[in-house]
Ligand binder design. Structure first.
Ligand code: SAH
Length: 360
């Protein structure tokens, strides 16, 4: 949102809560109800200057003091296999991020980005290769949903924050986004239809628990011992598995919301039987007691090979054995269905391709 000084000084309309928008229109000498006339159309993708029941005078004042901007679709790929749609979006300052829309029987789910790049440094992930460029504004997270819904001509009913970036590293903007996307007058997506995935920023998980949103928290675990996890996820050097699972237990105790765990299977690294047994043991030990029966769900994801990294995906049989070992120990395990396999739908890969092209 800050491509030039003009924009820096302007108010980002799509990042405002309904009450903030009211304050703004009142400050511009207009009646409060004007805010309602702006909010709903803006959240369905109509710019203020195109809203018919808003007068010329207010439109002029808004144009002088505010900005309304949506991402532009720079590239769109549609999977011939399952209809998954992947977008490379251009932002107002020229940066780009990705979103993926997956079509399920129960509705459309969008996977959105929360930062331009990422500074978490996970060894297998394409999003982190060039580091973090900047955080996304709440409006830029909403914009990914608004533009995709308009483009497919259908409602998007579920959101997963699993695209580029670490959502809890952009905490305040993500919280604001969550409240906005849940607004009845806006996209009206229920908290129960939203998942937030994190690599494990323990202090922020503790803060999020206190907000008490009924969203689903998803933890990217990817290893069952500290040495292995630290070797692929630098965040583990700051917050060990023990501390992370402690925060998960606390989160569940405060919110009553089940947590799901992501486990990316990397051949020869974290996919043997001992890893699976240890995973079941640490999860059961940290999260279950005789008084507490938190359902534990592990989502197994065969690693998506990224050309800059040397990791390769586990054999199908290894994945099945891993899942069976977890199940035998009372842990629900599912293997992530690969959607959009023909369009490189794993996060960060499209933006990475673009960055590579800029260099060569
Ligand atoms: N930063 C957040 C969300 C973004 S990544 C997080 O770490 O959870 C979404 C998920 O995809 C994470 O579980 C991440 O570890 C995983 N992921 C990243 N690159 C991957 C790859 N090449 N193959 C499989 N999963 C990957």
């Amino acid at each position: 949102m800050n491509s030039d000084t003009e924009i820096i000084n302007k108010t980002d309309l799509l990042s405002l809560h309904p009450e903030e928008l009211e304050e703004l229109v009142v400050g511009l000498g207009e009646p409060k109800y004007r805010a309602k006339q702006l909010f709903a159309p803006m959240h369905s993708g109509t710019a203020p200057e195109q809203i018919s029941n808003v007068g010329k005078a207010l439109k002029a004042k808004l144009a002088d003091t505010c900005v309304y901007s949506l991402p532009i679709i720079r590239k769109k790929l549609v999977s011939a296999i399952d209809g998954t749609v992947k977008y490379l979006y251009g932002l107002s300052d020229g940066n780009s991020v990705e979103s993926v829309v997956m079509k399920y029987k129960h509705g459309n789910t969008i996977c959105i980005s929360t930062q331009v790049g990422c500074r978490m440094g996970c060894a297998f992930c394409a999003s982190t290769i060039g580091g973090k460029i900047r955080d996304l504004e709440p409006s830029e997270m909403l914009g990914q949903i608004i533009v995709a819904a308009k483009d497919i001509g259908e409602r998007i009913s579920n959101v997963v924050m699993m695209g580029i970036g670490e959502p809890l590293d952009n905490y305040d903007n993500v919280i604001k986004f969550l409240k906005l996307v849940n607004c009845e007058e806006g996209l009206n997506i229920g908290y129960r239809h939203i998942s937030l995935s994190t690599c494990g920023l323990v202090d922020k998980i503790q803060r999020l628990a206190k907000e008490n949103f009924p969203i689903t928290l998803s933890i990217s675990l990817h290893a069952s011992d500290d040495a292995t996890r630290s070797s692929i996820m630098p965040v583990n050097k700051k917050w060990s598995i023990d501390k992370l699972l402690g925060a998960c237990k606390e989160y569940y105790a405060t919110t009553g919301r089940r947590i799901s765990f992501e486990y990316t299977l990397i051949s020869g690294k974290n996919d043997n039987r001992d890893s699976a047994l240890r995973l079941a043991e640490i999860l059961n030990k940290a999260l279950r007691s005789h008084t507490d029966t938190m359902p534990i769900h592990v989502n197994l994801i065969p690693v998506n090979p990224v050309s800059e990294t040397a990791f390769s995906s586990s054999e199908r049989k290894t994945v099945e054995d891993f899942a069976a070992t977890l199940e035998r120990k009372g842990i629900r395990a599912t293997v992530r269905r690969t959607l959009g396999a023909d369009i490189n739908a794993s996060c960060g890969q499209l933006r990475r391709e673009e960055e590579r092209r800029k260099v060569t």
